[in-house]
Design a protein around this ligand. Structure first.
Ligand code: NDP
Length: 283
C-alpha cells in the first residue's frame, strides 16, 4: 500500500501559490483569522494556518474575541474586518459560541473573502458546480490529494462517510463535478460495510476513531481519511484503522500527515485566488 503524504501535495500547492504571487506585482495578500474564545482545536488550527501563510510568503493576522462577547459586539467587529480593504480573505473559526447567531454573521460576510466556503453564496456555487465559488478547504483538500497523485476520479465509484456541511456534502459535490459516481453514507445508512467495500475511492469523514477497518475496504481501493480523532492512548488518529488496511487498499492517507496537512495549503490557494480576483477588478 502506498502512503499518500499531505506534505507532497502541499509542496505542489506552494509552487502554484508562488507562481500566482508573481502576478500580484508585490502585493502581499492578507488573511484575517477570526477566533472567538480559546477552544484548543481552534487555537491549534490558527497556529497551523498562521505558520502555513508565513511559509508561503503570505500575510496573516489574528482577530481574537472573548468567548462571552455579545452577538451585537461581535457582529460590529466582524463587519469592520469584512470591510477592511487590507483584508483579502477571512477564516472564521467555528462553531461560534451559542450567543452568536452564525447565520447572521454569514450573511454579512463577503463571499469573495469567505475562503472556507461557509456562506450561502459559496455553498450555492459549489453545489452548482460553479468553480468561481470557494469550497470548504478540507473538502477541496481531498480532491487535491487525488489530483496531485494523478489518481483519476472520472467514472469512479466514490463513497463518502459523513454528510456534514463542512466535509461530506461539499465534497460529494466536488466529486460529482469531477464525474465520480458518489454514494454518501451517514449514521442511518443501512449497510455501511457494503457501501464502503464497493468504493474504488473511499473517503472517511465521520469523526469516529478507527471505525473503518479492512472489512470496509475493497481490494485495491484508495482510502482518504479526513477524520481527526484521539485514540484510547491519547494519540491522534483518523477514522480509518490505517494498520489494518495495508493488505487491502492500494493507497491511503495517514493521520496525521495526510488530508489534514493539505487543508491550510488550500486555504493559501484560496487567499491567492481572492487576491487575483480583487486585483483584476481594480485594473
Ligand atoms: P460532523 O460530526 O459534523 O459530521 C460527521 C458525519 O459523519 C455525520 O454526517 C454523521 O452522520 C457521520 N457519522 C458519524 N458517525 C457515523 C457512523 N458510525 N456511521 C456512519 N456515519 C457516521 O463532523 P465533520 O464533518 O465536521 O468532521 C468529520 C471529521 O473530519 C472529524 O474527525 C473532524 O475532526 C475532521 N475534520 C478535519 C478537518 C481537517 O483536516 N482540517 C477539518 C474538518 C473536519 P449523521 O449526519 O447521520 O449524524
Amino acid at each position: 500500500m502506498i502512503t499518500l503524504k499531505g506534505a507532497d501535495v502541499s509542496a505542489r500547492i506552494k509552487e502554484e501559490v508562488q507562481d500566482a504571487l508573481e502576478k500580484l506585482d508585490g502585493i502581499v495578500p492578507q488573511l484575517a483569522i477570526v477566533r472567538v474564545g480559546e477552544n484548543p482545536d481552534d487555537v491549534s488550527y490558527e497556529r497551523g494556518a498562521t505558520r502555513r501563510m508565513e511559509k508561503f510568503g503570505l500575510g496573516v493576522r489574528s482577530f481574537v474575541f472573548p468567548a462571552d462577547i455579545s452577538h451585537e459586539a461581535f457582529r460590529e467587529a466582524f463587519v469592520k474586518i469584512n470591510q477592511d480593504p487590507e483584508v483579502t480573505g477571512i477564516l472564521l473559526l467555528r462553531p461560534l459560541p451559542k450567543q452568536i447567531r452564525e447565520k447572521d454573521i454569514m450573511q454579512v460576510m463577503d463571499p469573495d473573502k469567505d475562503l472556507d466556503g461557509i456562506c450561502q453564496g459559496n455553498i450555492a456555487r459549489v453545489f452548482a458546480g460553479d468553480e468561481s465559488g470557494f469550497a470548504p478547504c478540507t473538502a477541496e483538500a481531498v480532491v487535491e490529494v487525488l489530483k496531485a497523485n494523478r489518481i483519476p476520479i472520472t467514472g469512479k465509484r466514490v463513497t463518502i462517510v459523513g454528510r456534514s456541511m463542512v466535509v461530506g456534502k461539499p465534497l460529494s459535490m466536488l466529486m460529482l463535478k469531477e464525474n465520480a459516481t458518489v454514494t454518501i453514507c451517514h449514521t442511518r445508512t443501512a449497510d455501511l460495510k457494503a457501501a464502503c467495500k464497493n468504493a474504488e475511492i473511499l473517503v472517511a469523514a465521520a469523526g469516529r476513531a478507527k471505525m473503518l477497518d479492512a472489512e470496509y475496504v475493497g481490494k485495491g481501493a484508495i482510502v482518504l481519511d479526513v477524520g481527526i480523532n484521539v485514540d484510547e492512548n491519547g494519540k491522534l488518529c483518523g477514522d480509518v484503522d490505517f494498520d489494518s488496511i495495508h493488505n487491502v487498499a492500494s493507497m491511503a492517507t495517514p493521520v496525521p500527515g495526510g488530508v489534514g496537512a493539505v487543508t491550510t495549503a488550500v486555504l493559501a490557494k484560496h487567499l491567492l485566488r481572492a487576491a487575483l480576483r480583487k486585483s483584476k477588478e481594480q485594473k
